[in-house]
Design a protein around this ligand. Structure first.
Ligand code: ADP
Ligand code: MG
Length: 310
């Protein structure tokens, strides 16, 4: 099987949308952005053995590679629209590409995202995706908007994906609920969109709450205090780990792709209503304070999230 056959397999299955003037097949895609909207652009790469266990199912790799990009759009309050896909494969493996497309295109369909181009090359397994979305000027949820007195919120539950990874690293079977969170994260796109005009800043939790919130603090010129006991935990995480390990996973575990955001106290009622409307738990976990850095009393000092090259 040659490169062009692989591309043809992908092209056959990729859905389009009205603002794609020309999709896969030419030297460039031609896209018609909405007037009055800013284009939000993000890129994320997944490498085998670094971002997912090498034996991860191709469909899960496809899902996750798109999910982490849609999560970045969600964290900006942007509406997903288009993506491009760079696939690096050790062999021209049609079965892998078909499985990959199963997961990738299922998530793309959920969010109305069109795959409009890409690149296909040979090398160690790696997937790189660029995603584009729309957000009106002035409405984007940036990292630099947190203000002293705001409260810190997180969506969903924390530590699940890191819990699965810890079980895998220990050679133990992964709890199915935790493994699903690691393999098939849910990008919080509807939440991000709804937080426009409510949240003062937002970030998605890819490297762990403390590490990611520290980026918000740095960009906003503020500090934050986190109440570890307020961090939301799933029943599956509670069942799998004792309280100390669980707290560390919740505060520092990456890969959950929940949103962490800040909002004025006056927005509490709006956020509680939003939580009910989306059927998605939103938890108040701390506050924005003067100073720098993220304080978290119950954890050992210096505990941070995942860093490449660290
Ligand atoms: P070029 O020689 O211009 O780089 P390619 O042969 O790499 O073109 O790609 C041909 C067409 O197929 C282009 O439209 C490109 O965007 C698309 N394409 C290549 N690989 C992928 C992929 N993995 N997913 C989606 N589209 C792809
Ligand atoms: Mg090419």
């Amino acid at each position: 099987m040659a490169e062009f056959d692989l591309i043809a397999r992908i092209r056959q299955r990729a859905a389009s949308r009205g603002d794609v003037v020309l999709g896969i097949g030419d030297d460039c895609a031609l896209l018609a952005p909405l007037p009055g909207q800013l284009l939000a652009v993000t890129m994320d790469t997944l490498n085998a053995g670094v971002h997912f266990p090498p034996e991860t199912a191709p469909a899960d790799i496809g899902w996750k590679a798109l999910a982490v990009n849609l999560s970045d759009l969600a964290a900006m309050g942007a509406e997903p629209a288009w993506c491009t896909l760079s696939l690096t494969l050790p062999h021209a493996d049609a079965a892998f590409v078909d499985g990959f497309c199963d997961g990738f295109l299922a998530l793309a369909a959920q969010h109305g995202v069109a795959l409009v181009g890409g690149d296909t090359t040979r090398g160690p397994l790696s997937v790189s995706i660029t995603a584009h979305g729309f957000v009106a000027a002035g409405e984007a949820l940036r990292r630099d908007g947190a203000r002293v007195g705001d409260e810190v919120w997180v969506s969903g539950t924390l530590g699940d994906a890191a819990g699965a990874l810890r079980q895998w690293q220990a050679g133990a079977p992964m709890a199915p609920v935790l493994q699903a969170r690691l393999d098939r994260p849910t990008p919080r796109v509807a939440l991000g969109r709804a937080l426009r005009g409510i949240a003062s800043s937002a970030i998605d939790i890819s490297d762990g709450l403390l590490a990611d919130l520290a980026h918000v603090c740095r960009a906003s010129g503020v500090g934050a205090e986190i109440d570890v006991d307020a961090l939301p935990a799933s029943d599956a995480l509670r069942a799998a780990f004792d309280a100390d390990v669980r707290r560390t996973l919740q505060a520092t575990g990456g890969d959950d792709y929940e949103l962490c955001f800040t909002a004025p106290i006056a927005q509490r009622a709006a956020l509680e209503a939003l939580s009910r409307a989306l059927a998605l738990p939103l938890a108040r976990v701390g506050r924005v304070v003067p100073g720098t850095g993220v304080a978290c009393a119950a954890l050992p000092q210096g505990t941070v999230g995942y860093q490449h090259f660290a």
